[in-house]
Design a protein around this ligand. Sequence first.
Ligand SMILES: Cc1cc2nc3c(=O)[nH]c(=O)nc-3n(C[C@H](O)[C@H](O)[C@H](O)COP(=O)(O)OP(=O)(O)OC[C@H]3O[C@@H](n4cnc5c(N)ncnc54)[C@H](O)[C@@H]3O)c2cc1C
Length: 536
Amino acid sequence: MTEKSTYKGQTVPTRREFLTRLGMLTGLTLPGMLSWDLLHAAPVNALPDMADKLPNPDSKNVIILGAGLSGLVAAYELNKLGYKCTVIEARERVGGRVFTVRKGSFSEEITNGKLTAEFDEGQYFNAGPSRIPHFHEVTLHYCREFGVKLEVYNNINEAAYYFSEGNGKLSNRKIKKGTLHNDMRGYTAELLAKSLDSSALDLPVTKEDTEKLLEYVRAEGALDIDNIYKGSSRRGYIEYPAAGLYPGTVANPHPLNDIIQSGLIGPDFYGVAEYVYELQQTMLQMTGGNDALVLEFEKRLRSNILLNAEVTKIINGDEGVTILYRNKKGNQQIKGDFCINTIPLKVLSDIDHNYASNHTRAIDKTAYILCGKIGMQFNRRFWEEDEEIFGGITHTNNEIYQIFYPSNDYLSKKGMLIGYYNLNERARIVGELSYAEREKLAYEKGLLIHPQYASTYERKSFSVSWHKTKYSLGGWGIYSEKERHSFYTALLEPDKRTYFAGDHLTYLNGWMAGALQSGRTAVKAIHSRVTGKTFL
Ligand SMILES: Cc1cc2nc3c(=O)[nH]c(=O)nc-3n(C[C@H](O)[C@H](O)[C@H](O)COP(=O)(O)OP(=O)(O)OC[C@H]3O[C@@H](n4cnc5c(N)ncnc54)[C@H](O)[C@@H]3O)c2cc1C
């Protein structure tokens, strides 16, 4: 039976219940966190150098399907080793899911058709990847090699908001993340301090250690001398200190019950961006748009890449591969000794091929996440001018889920917001809408948070629903643990003369680093097979 106690007029869990819940929470997240350990940045070793070049470099040719990052890096490294390679790309551009949208950019969705961006010159947003973790060494390695300029991407901004729509006393209000984080830190520290204070609790620490722990908890939560949380300047001011007789006024904390009732410690909000290892500070982005890297690859591979060339059939043999593709001139055919296939599996599933049954099953059954973004142009950076928001994300519990503020060109006049970036069910619902309906939704929901939309939005938007986008049909591959052992492992093995690559063939799915590592892995595997040497 659980005893209940009251605190500040509210029924609250007992210390033990609280600590048990805390333990459960830690227990639940820890395996996840440990599994991320698998994702640690592998050091970027140089690929086998030119000393291992084939005696006759042109003797083997490799056909690469897809000019996304995995296909581009494979071609680039194969070229260095002296292979002859051809990259076949269905789109009119390289990059695949790396897509920076500027004036004139276009994409095509299977139900909505083609959309062209009409933003002003100089305005852009990243519809695909927007951020690079500081430990994704392979991505940084190629940026360094090509001189791609990077800038800090402000992923975590305490000045941005939580906005809970229609839910409890704090709903339909902009709650600054910094206030909520510090209030929750204070309340949990207060509970913990009270627990630590009690001799009834069995703790695996000495009395002296308990004192130190208590000191830490007090400091962590900004508790007063009686271990009570009453708010602190950490959460910000309602009047900021100024010269003369203006010491500033600290705002009162949000009542704990209101925070809980408004769902603000639920999964839509709390810790969404802060706790995931990949999303921790410092994050980076490429100056001028994240397509800078793929464009550098393209410069070095111009003669290798066939654009507007859609693969229609793959004949995989014991001695080589034959690829049928369609370009503006009609149906074409090309033969190679090897093939690296980087076509996203949802797309590949609809292409005629003769892969082995294990591979075919994995191609047909692997699930992809649903996701979508919209870029919106504003004639004034009201988020900077009126609300002191420089980068970061506002989280909501409604369809738009997130608003991203730009981490570039601060204090300039115009600017772009990512009006939504949603995933899973929200992305499915929004993806069903027409382009115009998506814009209306992003506008109306954004207006609830920022009334300035009404006077500053320039009615220029561009939305991408990745699971509806031709040649992508999904955000990134996702596997259950079971599927990691079946589909995933099947595709790690080559099928006759074909090697599979792409971020879906790493534990870094959904990251450019995954695509790069996978492309490099395929190159090493082919080079090992050709030379009979092992490359780690
Ligand atoms: C919304 C979103 C946000 C993301 N955010 C981040 C982020 O912040 N940071 C990060 O590092 N990564 C991020 N990623 C992941 C990153 O974009 C991918 O991991 C990476 O771009 C995948 O590269 P790829 O070469 O494996 O696949 P793709 O880029 O999909 O390349 C496959 C290529 O195959 C081509 N193709 C398809 N069909 C055919 C055909 N029939 N014939 C010929 N060619 C064909 C496609 O056009 C495409 O160019 C994000 C992705 C998305 C969708």
